[in-house]
Design a binder for this molecule. Sequence first.
Ligand SMILES: [Zn+2]
Ligand SMILES: [Zn+2]
Length: 288
Amino acid sequence: MSAQAQMRALLDQLMGTARDGDETRQRVKFTDDRVCKSHLLDCCPHDILAGTRMDLGECTKIHDLALRADYEIASKERDLFFELDAMDHLESFIAECDRRTELAKKRLAETQEEISAEVSAKAEKVHELNEDIGKLLAKAEQLGAEGNVDESQKILMEVEKVRAKKKEAEEEYRNSMPASSFQQQKLRVCEVCSAYLGLHDNDRRLADHFGGKLHLGFIQIREKLDQLRVILSVLNLRLVVLKTFNTFTKLILCRVLVKAQKFLTAESLKLQMEVWVASSWFCSEISG
Ligand SMILES: [Zn+2]
Ligand SMILES: [Zn+2]
């Protein structure tokens, strides 16, 4: 690519392809069916998991940062409902991942030595503490890398406490079975990314898992999916509001909803719904 073409591509990514008023320049429009809507919304698993053990290769649809810029400009003007496509995409992707997790769990249950409920509860306790250690270490490393040494140190002190707890839990687990069984690697499946976690994994492995691109990528995809569900529910609510209320109330409610979108979680949305139903009844009472 020539320096000029490179500069042009960079500007496209920053400001969209129609920045100089020429809308015909881009052959494929961001609205084209061949364009990946998840990519436009910055949540395509093909991007997020690239370079991880679960790299999905190239997406079957078009990815183009310049089209994303076009979309971002257009979506400020009007609702395009691309969230719907992205949500479908992520939902089927996560469903597939969860199916794999269940399968892996089943396989483990079949192959790992049968242990009593009491012993397995003790193993579970060690697994949970392992998870805490892994997450804390990953966080401490991240803070350290950002130059936030004090916070990082604080977290490392926390890790020491959890380590002591883990030692106790391990001891209890060890005492509940013959030494030969204890040495066997007991595995568990990560609910987030479906990778295997070992009961005797060392700190390095734990930190690598919980701070790794794969695990964090899955967290990002799952959070994005939740967010999309909320955004779509808000869009639906706005449509209901537009149909139901008089002009003045409509304006106010829509504005409130757009603002509220940022803070809504799936949980608070349910509550919100009830409030709307009640207020819609109230409004129809006073206007009628
Ligand atoms: Zn894609
Ligand atoms: Zn994981």
